[in-house]
Design a protein around this ligand. Structure first.
Ligand SMILES: *[C@@H]1O[C@H](CO)[C@@H](O)[C@H](O)[C@H]1NC(C)=O
Ligand SMILES: *[C@@H]1O[C@H](CO)[C@@H](O)[C@H](O)[C@H]1NC(C)=O
Ligand SMILES: *[C@@H]1O[C@H](CO)[C@@H](O)[C@H](O)[C@H]1NC(C)=O
Ligand SMILES: *[C@@H]1O[C@H](CO)[C@@H](O)[C@H](O)[C@H]1NC(C)=O
Ligand SMILES: *[C@@H]1O[C@H](CO)[C@@H](O)[C@H](O)[C@H]1NC(C)=O
Length: 378
């Protein structure tokens, strides 16, 4: 069982109350909070509710945290039982879940807890003591996509030892049920975020900036996972031009994702942390935003995943310039804890705008907690 870190920096959420054909149900719950609050992105956080037990507390250094919903937490002492949940009434559908998990020595014991967390009965996050120091102090965001079919979303916490499980905030918002290729993958998997990178950009998205993403996805800078062995010079590109083909059903990938990119003078390589034995689905995002590329066959590169050549890409040939082009690829039964993604030049330099990596966690693994994974969006 491993902990994964995505080096996100602190913050939280916004809600673009849009009404989509698939519904717009959402919750923003300030776990441990006794009043409703509004964050700097105009998201209204509800005071704590829908929990089955536990008690509330405040982090030890509230001024270290930016938003009210990050300063409070709910914890579940053993006296509340081994299992405690948030049970949210919701129409059946598919949802984006994001949690903020924080310890910050709220109990003065200097001992971060070990616990598992499940969504709809499937263990998705495993926290094991001791947490890395920065995570224990700063907290971390984690997110996933899951189907809810029984009229309520269950997010549950299971004590592993004597230290109480903790939760700082919980947000849920409805997304298009056919997004992320669910027609092929089916509705029996939870997609747990193991990295959602925006290339050539700082971290942005709901909770981190006023930039919108209709699904609530936050995007982290690619710089933390880029490896520099092969390409010594990285160029970041950005444009304010309109990018066509964005914000389209079913994935509603935001325009901003395609307005920045990186290129290099050789192979662009990323090392993504994963847990072995699981399957992962990768999404790659491209747009030709260099106006000097004016026709096909001026920029061609191969997408290589774990040394396997997955696809030869000529973005201009696929969609022209200033247009979004995405593709996905599934890797099965990984044998190592690092997944390498390379963009290898064929003609000119590769150009990449975004990469997403999700573990496909089958439903029903709740009886095998060691299958749990932990993704931390710091
Ligand atoms: C959600 O969608 C419904 C129906 O489309 C609409 O009436 C409602 O105003 C929407 N709510 C928000 C917060 O946008
Ligand atoms: C918070 O907002 C909700 C929904 O608008 C409302 O029902 C509730 O009474 C409010 N709670 C507090 C403590 O103000
Ligand atoms: C986000 O936009 C709102 C107005 O829409 C503004 O009041 C707020 O200051 C902005 N927040 C940040 C962090 O830029
Ligand atoms: C990149 O560097 C790391 C650490 O030095 C090494 O393990 C890895 O094999 C290198 N990758 C390539 C493609 O050379
Ligand atoms: C996954 O790979 C391991 C060896 O690395 C093998 O023992 C196991 O049977 C494989 N599982 C599946 C479902 O293919």
């Amino acid at each position: 069982m491993s902990l994964l870190f995505f080096i996100f920096s602190l913050p939280l959420l916004l809600s673009p109350s849009l009404s989509f054909s698939f519904g717009n149900a959402s919750y923003f719950i300030d776990c441990g909070g006794s009043t409703n609050t509004t964050d700097p992105f105009n998201t209204i956080w509800l005071s704590d509710r829908y929990f089955t037990g536990g008690a509330i507390s405040v982090v030890s250094e509230p001024l270290h945290f930016r938003y009210p919903q990050e300063k409070n937490l709910r914890f579940f002492p053993l006296s509340s039982g081994k299992k405690n949940c948030y049970i949210l009434p919701l129409p059946s559908g598919r949802y984006y879940f994001r949690t903020f998990t924080v310890y910050d020595n709220y109990d003065g014991k200097s001992h971060s807890p070990s616990f598992d967390a499940s969504v709809e009965g499937t263990v998705v996050f495993s926290w094991r003591s001791p947490w890395p120091e920065n995570l224990a102090r700063d907290g971390a965001y984690s997110d996933l996509f899951a189907f809810v079919k029984d009229g309520e979303a269950d997010v549950c916490f299971y004590s592993i030892a004597t230290d109480p499980p903790v939760i700082g905030s919980l947000e849920v918002r409805q997304i298009d049920p056919s997004s992320y290729d669910s027609a092929t993958i089916g509705d029996k998997f939870i997609l747990v975020n193991y990295g959602r990178l925006s290339c050539g950009s700082n971290q942005w998205g709901p909770g981190f900036s006023n930039d919108t993403d209709d699904f609530g996805r936050a995007w982290q800078s690619d710089s933390v996972l880029r490896t520099l062995n092969t390409t010594k010079i990285i160029h970041s590109l950005s444009t304010r031009e309109t990018i066509t083909g964005t914000n389209q059903p079913p994935n509603f990938f935001p325009a901003k994702l395609y307005q920045t990119a990186v290129t290099g003078n050789g192979i662009l390589e990323y090392a993504l942390s994963v847990d072995a034995k699981l399957d992962y689905v990768l999404w790659f995002h491209f747009a030709e935003i260099d106006s000097s590329v004016k026709q096909k066959a001026e920029r061609v590169f191969d997408v290589v995943v774990n040394e396997k050549n997955v696809k030869r890409v000529d973005v201009f040939e696929e969609v022209g310039s200033f247009a979004a082009y995405s593709l996905s690829y599934t890797v099965h039964n990984l044998s190592s804890t690092v997944l390498t993604v390379k963009f290898v030049p064929v003609i000119g330099a590769p150009i990449v705008s975004g990469i997403e990596n999700y573990a496909l966690i089958p439903n029903d693994l709740s009886t095998a907690p060691e299958q749990g994974t932990c993704v931390i969006l710091e």
